[in-house]
Design a protein around this ligand. Structure first.
Ligand code: BT5
Length: 279
């Protein structure tokens, strides 16, 4: 286990233990990912560290994982709340042989793997909110932050950042997210082993990534659509200063969201936040 300097200042939660990664790693059987963990007690952001490793030549399947993040990131400079020892914060280095235009498919592939894993641990079915949220009972349980380095013809690397609330008690969530967030423990009514979840997640990622590489996105898309519960519903899409309203139709072959506008025109959304409309 490696621990950076920041790790020395961490405050241990009551009875909380660091992840036991050695036994987990020896039990993993992966086809595509040759898993290697870089384990930190505390780090600013696992995505930032994974980027540095990828720039330095890290191999596909190297995973930065931390017990706590001091500057966990969401999209567009948002914060990912990352308290110590209760959740999972990890970033996987991938080097897909895909044209850059297909980079967004990686987020959707990861969302399927994550939803498949969540489904093993909670009685309530997970849903995917395009493009990167996993919801249970309408509340956010996990998020994905994908960051890519691309050149004109190829993807150099993709950092797949995943945050999952595992044993995050509702009462301990900051007020800003309490009304909209949940955790596996809150859904399942009991604590969940972080190692068990991580092991399943890596197996599902290995499988979905293999399918994407060998059979293409056409095999992943129906799995994604099965978790997408906003098809046919009126939504508002917020894209920075721009907003549009319409009916969510599903995704296209590159993972863009298709929304039918008020006058019947179709919009391809590449990035944004989707808000269901009830009226
Ligand atoms: C995301 O962004 O959902 C991507 C989250 C990715 C986090 C992982 S952790 C490992 C890796 N390293 C990083 O630094 N990041 C990745 P977005 O869709 O922009 O959602 C961010 C919003 O989710 C925030 O503005 C809050 O409203 C909410 N949020 C923040 N922390 C949360 C939490 N722990 N659980 C549920 N919701 C949260």
């Amino acid at each position: 286990m490696t621990a950076n300097d920041a790790g020395k200042t961490i405050v241990r939660c009551d009875g909380a233990l660091p992840l036991q990664l050695e036994p987990l790693q020896s039990g993993l059987v992966c086809q595509r990912l040759s898993v290697k963990f870089h384990h930190y007690f505390a780090i600013d952001s696992t995505n930032t560290r994974a980027r540095q490793l990828a720039e330095d030549g890290a191999r596909e399947g190297e995973i930065v994982i931390a017990e706590q993040q001091t500057r966990g990131r969401g999209r567009l400079g948002r914060i990912w709340v990352s308290p110590p020892f209760v959740n999972l914060y990890l970033s996987v280095v991938l080097r897909p042989e895909l044209p850059p235009v297909h980079a967004p498919q990686m987020t959707l592939m990861a969302a399927v793997a994550l939803a498949d894993t969540v489904a093993c641990f909670t009685p309530d079915p997970p849903a995917i909110k395009w493009p990167n949220d996993i919801l249970v009972r309408g509340k956010k349980l996990a998020g994905i932050l994908t960051e890519s380095s691309v050149s004109a013809e190829r993807i150099n690397y993709v950092i797949l950042g995943i945050g999952v609330n595992i044993n995050f008690a509702h009462a301990l969530m900051p007020e800003a997210i309490r009304g909209r967030a949940t955790s596996l423990m809150e859904c399942a009514g009991e604590t969940v082993s972080r190692e068990a979840f991580l092991g399943r997640l890596i197996q599902h990622l290995d499988r979905c990534y293999g399918i994407l590489g060998e059979a293409g996105f056409d095999r992943i898309a129906p799995r994604w659509e099965a978790y997408f519960n906003l098809r046919g519903q009126r939504v508002r899409v917020e894209m920075g200063d721009e907003t549009l309203a319409g009916v969510a139709k599903g995704i296209d072959s590159n993972g863009a969201l298709i929304v039918e506008g008020e006058r019947g025109q179709f919009h391809r959304i590449l990035a944004g936040d989707v808000v269901p409309l009830t009226d």
